[in-house]
Ligand binder design. Structure first.
Ligand code: PEP
Length: 252
């Protein structure tokens, strides 16, 4: 449904120093200058946020942090608040990436606070959800998604629901080269949209739901053509400007 603006987001994970980030931006900007009608963002390590904000200013590229603490400030060593991000003119925050959940104990309870806290601070939240391979094989995919989406959106004011982006990322497809089939992606993402409709029907038609998991230049077009897939969250293939720009191109 092209009433929703296609959205391609890159997640650098723990890659790129400031110098590497600046070299990437210099390579990317000329390649996406003509990508009218596509929203593009980069999820950048904290240390390179300022440099990427500065070097993308005035371009179509928006800058997201990869995490954000839900509290305004406090005794949370190693964490970063929404105000610390907005002070840098960061546009949004990736929330609940499966690596945060798997390796750093992030849970749906914290995300229930993080999503509305980001919105309240003026940051665009991108909430990540997705099942493990074990859960898919056990027939638990919908139960897992229901839990994650309902918890994550529970405290979002209904009139702001459409501002949340949701990234459906089956964990077995992240960094594995095992991309979901078009049927699997469409089915899960339509289900996620139906869950949003459980909160508000109109918002569910406006909310962007992205697919993530081994998206590359050569499989992006097929996924992006699916009716409920509004874009892609790209890990590995976002590290190189030419391959990331090719995915942006596929969304046009
Ligand atoms: C991700 O990090 O969100 C991701 C989807 O990674 P990859 O594209 O490398 O599978």
């Amino acid at each position: 449904d092209r009433t929703r603006t296609p959205f391609i987001a890159g997640n650098w994970k723990m890659h790129k120093t400031i110098a590497e980030a600046e070299a990437f931006v210099a390579g990317l900007l000329p390649r996406v200058a003509d990508a009218d009608g596509v929203e593009v963002s980069l999820c950048v390590p904290f240390t390179a946020l300022q440099a990427v904000v500065d070097s993308t200013r005035g371009s179509r590229v928006e800058v997201y942090a990869q995490n954000m603490h839900e509290a305004p400030e406090g005794a949370f060593t190693g964490e970063v608040s929404a105000a610390m991000l907005t002070e840098l003119d960061v546009h949004g925050a990736l929330l609940g990436h499966s690596e945060r959940r798997q390796f750093f104990g992030e849970n749906d309870r914290a995300l229930q606070q993080k999503v509305p806290a980001a919105l309240a601070a003026g940051l665009k939240p991108m909430l990540c959800v997705g099942e493990t391979e074990e859960e898919r094989e056990a027939g638990d995919t919908e139960r897992k998604l229901r839990h994650q989406v309902q918890e994550g959106l529970e405290k979002v004011p209904l009139e702001r629901l459409a501002e949340v982006t949701i990234a459906y990322e089956p964990i077995w497809a992240i960094g594995t080269g095992r991309v979901a089939t078009p049927d699997q992606a469409q089915e899960a993402i339509a289900f996620v949209r139906a869950l949003v409709a459980g909160f508000d029907k109109e918002a569910s038609e406006q909310v962007r739901v992205l697919y993530g998991g081994s998206v590359k230049a050569d499989n992006a077009a097929e996924l992006l053509a699916l009716p409920d897939v509004d874009g892609a969250l790209v890990g590995g293939a976002s590290l190189d400007p030419a391959s990331f720009a090719a995915i942006v191109d596929a969304a046009r």
